[in-house]
Design a protein around this ligand. Structure first.
Ligand SMILES: Nc1nc2c(ncn2[C@@H]2O[C@H](COP(=O)(O)OP(=O)(O)OP(=O)(O)O)[C@@H](O)[C@H]2O)c(=O)[nH]1
Ligand SMILES: [Zn+2]
Length: 298
């Protein structure tokens, strides 16, 4: 019995990396019966008489599990955000930060296309970056795109981690990955194509070794992802609200209509970002208005 990690899945084959080499495996018959599908990123116990004919025997407990892309044990989400005035959106950024927090994945914010900004707009982005740092997020926002220090910071975050890259189409995800690993040659625009293929086409998902870590070759989530949480839980995914809410008068305060709310007081005092609070309200409404889907009894 060997222990390794699934690095690629394609048409029912799982390529498992162990002891410096790759083994092509299939899942044992009883996985299907038990409706367990091995995922890329899974740490597995397997047998392999030869590197071409292995069998996955057991999946070790997953730390995290994403649906899009279907990858287990992701622990870092690199959120690529285009900072130009036409593209920049704190709403989309906060949405992705909530989605990562719900999935239990640590974010790294990468502000892209800063070279296209005027000095004034760049200063605005820096101010915002500082506000996000104050919340506790790591933010990369350098004047020169893909500077040595920006790339070094991403590489340091990647080492020993399993990452997904997120961000709207055209944000700069492939370009960043190509800079991190020259020779990777991801066609720009390629990442999203993988997502857009029809549901029934077998899709390859793989983890690419970069800077001592692994990066999924398919980007994470979609910008339209509906939050799969209750509205009153949303506050738990805004770290600055969590810290303040101990001082809210009411237990379970959702910081909207309650009196003596520490979050609203901080908002009025300019101590938290107004954009974060507005986005919070909008997400809250989105969740509230979400149609409840009841599962039919069979
Ligand atoms: N000036 C400038 N252009 C950039 C930067 N990052 C990306 N671009 C350009 O923006 C365009 C889109 O970049 P991609 O890397 O393909 O974006 P993506 O997020 O991978 O997009 P999808 O694959 O469609 O999801 C390309 O033309 C890039 O050359 C940057 O930091 N500065
Ligand atoms: Zn409150």
């Amino acid at each position: 019995m060997k222990i390794g990690q699934i690095r690629q899945s394609l048409s029912g084959f799982y390529d498992v990396y162990a002891d410096g080499q790759m083994y092509r495996t299939r899942a044992r018959g009883n996985f299907r019966k038990r409706k367990i599908t091995p995922l890329v990123g899974d740490v597995v116990e397997f047998d392999a008489p030869t590197p071409q004919e292995g069998y996955v025997l057991k999946i070790r407990e997953r730390q995290t599990q994403l649906v899009r892309p279907p990858v287990a044990n992701v622990d870092l989400g690199i959120v690529v955000t285009a900072t130009t005035e036409q593209e920049f959106s704190t709403n989309l950024l906060d949405r992705q930060l909530v989605a990562l927090a719900v999935a239990g994945i640590e974010p790294l914010l990468y502000f892209a296309k800063t070279d296209l900004l005027t000095d004034t707009v760049y200063q605005d982005r820096l101010t915002l970056a500082e506000a996000y740092r104050k919340i506790g997020y790591q933010v990369i926002c350098e004047r020169t795109a893909f500077s040595e220090s920006a790339l070094a910071a991403v590489k340091a975050a990647l080492t020993d981690h399993v990452a997904v890259v997120m961000g709207q189409t055209g944000a700069g995800k492939s370009t960043l990955l190509n800079h991190l690993q020259p020779g990777l040659d991801l066609a720009t625009g390629e990442i999203s194509q993988a997502l857009n293929r029809g549901k029934h086409t077998t899709r390859k998902v793989s983890l690419i070794p970069i800077a001592g870590g692994l990066v999924a070759d398919t980007p994470g989530f979609s910008s339209y992802e509906v939050f799969d949480i209750a509205a009153n839980e949303l506050t738990h995914y805004f770290p600055e609200f969590v810290r303040l809410s101990a001082d809210c008068k009411y237990r379970g305060c959702v910081h909207i209509n309650e009196p003596q709310c520490a979050v609203k007081q901080a908002l009025d005092a300019g101590e938290i970002l107004a954009s974060r609070y507005e986005n919070y309200l909008q997400f809250y409404e989105t969740i509230k208005n979400k149609k409840v889907v009841y599962n039919k009894k069979k």
